[in-house]
Ligand binder design. Sequence first.
Ligand code: AMP
Ligand code: ZN
Length: 476
Amino acid sequence: MLHIYNSFTRKIEDFVPIHPPKVGLYTCGMTVYDYAHIGHGRKYVGDDVLRRILTRFGYDVTHVQNVTDVGHLASDADEGEDKMEKGAKKYGKTVWDVAKFYTDHFYTTMDSLNVLRPSVICKATEHIAEQIALIQKLVDRGHAYETPEAVYYDVTTFPGYDKLFGRQKLTEKKTAVRDSVQTGEHKKHPADFALWFKRVGRFADHAMHWDSPWGDGFPGWHIECSAMSMKYLGDSFDIHTGGIDHIPVHHPNEIAQSEGATGQPFVKYWIHYNFLRVDGKKMSKSFGNFYTVEDVIKKGIDPLALRYFYLTSQYRSELNFTWESLHAAQSALSELRIQISKLKAEKRERSALSEEKLAKVDAYRAKFDSALGNDMNTPQALAVVWELIKSNVPSQDKFDLLLDFDDVLGLKLADISEAPTEEEAPAGIQALLRKRDEFRAAKKFAESDTVRDQIVKSGYEIEDTPQGSRVKKKTI
Ligand code: AMP
Ligand code: ZN
């Protein structure tokens, strides 16, 4: 049985889907205006582990993820600049180029972390009609009103809006009357949020815009998640995830929009991931304190060691990033790989297991599953992995069980070759080599040369053969 902390009720609950064995899972996606960093990695590896656990527990998961490719402000009350347009200016591109470039970067980053691609990836810009239809429904049902600059959700029409997720008070930034005048807003309540922005006033030049019943403009941020999740998963579905930063505003707004429009309960379980921090501060694009997977690779560390690092903490606790801890994760992963290749190399006949050993195998499997079922306690699950390695379970069974565990851990243990030779390059160098191959395939020769230099500086040389490239330790 899977027990999971539901941040809506703030309790650990038994997981019982609405229509078993089907599970609808919606994971809030990226705002694609800058590079995905390893803070994002924590959240999306978390989603991936959740999805793999659900599959392991016998559920048939439909995983939907949005891509926020419409430019918007950090929050509706933000007087700052549109994120996407800021990104376009920074890199001298159009907003559409920016969105495409960073969407691709995000999914290749996720591939390197062995995050399974969602069943449905939906872009906000490709679901404008659905968003308009939902806003129209909210207007018709008296939850939304039009002003000269926008269509707003009237939060006073949604009973208990201010108490959702146990909020003590409205955390939406209150816009003082003076600021409202400056930004040209005519909200009835400071917490009302925009469903549709008209292309007037401060948004007169907004680059992305569409026609709507309320004139030329673009959707607010929150509406895309309500519109797309319900389109693909139905009015009520099982699990919705996000970072803890979505608890105060984005997710309450999604609930108000969806339930306001359908009159049905929106989501059964809400899951929120804690942050990856650096020196006690959230790793974030806006703080500029972030590293990307490319930075990790440049240090000779395998992206899968980063995945291992995420697994060493439970998703609801903070995780502090240091290069030392990432190196430690790399060592642990390398050790795990050595153990796997040793087990693989031991040519053995499968012998009938004694009652006692059979019971042991079952006990390890049960212990592993119970760690996962215990609110996704991945550090506990990793502890079971090491216990099993040290145990006297026969090699073949140990090997099979470790590979079975890896369906959830996602460390690609099945890809490990038999008994690595002394000269075999460490995983970090292998990862660099793969990166160089990718750059060469994409004809990015400057980048591939930079990676080659890193490999050479680390004491290895590259051989390009008709069968592909390989590295070996420099002999002189
Ligand atoms: P963004 O596109 O910046 O809104 O982020 C997309 C998702 O990644 C959100 O669910 C955030 O909560 C999450 N996220 C951003 N930074 C971090 C971090 N440092 N640690 C964990 N999750 C993060
Ligand atoms: Zn969302």
